[in-house]
Design a protein around this ligand. Structure first.
Ligand SMILES: [Zn+2]
Length: 203
């Protein structure tokens, strides 16, 4: 799934705080957005392994949110919803496509790494690949409640994420052709610095 889909899901998860501590909702929502994006910062170094922790993020989120329920402060809410969104991101990557340059081909058996069991989780492909039409539909559906619930900065952030999702979904396949052309221009001795999936070593 797209980083923006994860971010918008993080916003929705953060919105749960409206029911328990509305004054802390802005903190929770922004933390959810950041936590939704965070795991994909490993895009160029061990993608879906270095910063993706389906089990550990989940445990940490439950523990932190339990503390936040007892001690509701900006800090506990920020950490709790950041971890919850990062956990949702890491787990939901298992329902997307595999870790390959053209995930719509369905050749990779690596969706996300489970550090707890020490193995890759295979892709379920409910969302066939990041930027697929169904990925954009999910991002839009997840964003809808937030568009109604908020105005100002948060609404702008949500609208921006939806727009980026739309542009990315439209350009997803052409972007791969551009990436392939660029990798073709890189001298052999520099290919070691290119992420594996761009040079075909992904399965
Ligand atoms: Zn991810």
């Amino acid at each position: 799934m797209m980083a923006t889909t994860h971010a918008l899901l993080g916003v929705l998860l953060g919105s749960v705080s409206l029911f328990v501590a509305p004054e802390l909702a802005p903190v929770a929502v922004l933390a959810g957005f950041a936590g939704g994006v965070f795991p994909d910062l490993d895009l160029y170094s061990g993608h879906r392994k270095t910063l993706h922790f389906p089990v550990y993020f989940s445990i940490a989120a439950v523990a932190t949110l339990a503390i936040a329920a007892v001690v509701p402060t900006a800090l506990t809410f920020a950490v709790g919803f950041f971890l919850l969104a990062a956990a949702a991101h890491s787990v939901s990557d298992a329902f997307g496509g595999g870790l390959e340059l053209k995930p719509w081909l369905g050749q990779s058996e690596r969706a996300v790494y489970d550090h707890f069991r020490g193995q890759w989780i295979s892709p379920r492909r409910w969302i066939r690949y990041d930027g697929a039409p169904e990925d954009f539909a999910l991002a839009f559906a997840v964003a809808l409640p937030s568009l109604v619930l908020y105005d100002g900065t948060i609404q702008t952030l949500v609208v921006g994420a939806v727009l980026i999702s739309g542009v990315y979904a439209l350009l997803r396949k052409p972007l791969v052709r551009i990436a392939e052309w660029m990798v073709g221009q890189i001298p052999d001795h520099l290919l070691a610095y290119v992420p594996d999936r761009f040079v075909g070593d992904f399965v």
